[in-house]
Design a protein around this ligand. Structure first.
Ligand code: FES
Length: 122
């Protein structure tokens, strides 16, 4: 099982709802990048120091999962062509990327991690 397939919690939810995706310990036991599915959407979760960030897991440039990429500070580098995004705002930082990624809200309550999907374009 890859990190991207580690946790899948298919739930039918209303837009704007916080969705439980697991605990901090479960999600990040293999590293600081993990892919989950939230209401059918692939979301990459990233831990930088003690802060969590959630963005669309599929790169805006091609068919690669950012959760399989390299995390350095607040930058996640795509494993396929090395494009990088800023996790704080989803901005595409270098070529070949031409499109930002979508950021989702993420919070920790107790030891549970919850994601609220953003709507619209990145
Ligand atoms: S698929 Fe991500 S940079 Fe090309």
């Amino acid at each position: 099982m890859t990190a991207s397939q580690a946790l899948i919690f298919p739930e039918q939810t209303k837009s704007g709802q916080w969705i439980a995706v697991g605990t901090v310990a479960e999600l990040f036991d293999q590293g600081d990048c993990v892919g989950v599915q939230v209401n059918g959407r692939k979301v990459g979760l990233f831990k930088v120091d003690d802060q969590l960030f959630a963005v669309d897991d599929i790169c805006t440039h091609g068919n690669a999962l950012l959760s399989d990429g390299d995390l350095e500070g607040y930058e996640i580098e795509c494993p396929l062509h090395a494009g990088a995004f800023d996790l704080r705002n989803g901005k595409a930082l270098c070529s070949p990327l031409v499109k930002n990624t979508r950021c989702h809200s993420v919070k920790v309550e107790g030891d549970g991690v919850f994601v609220q999907l953003a709507s619209g374009e990145a």
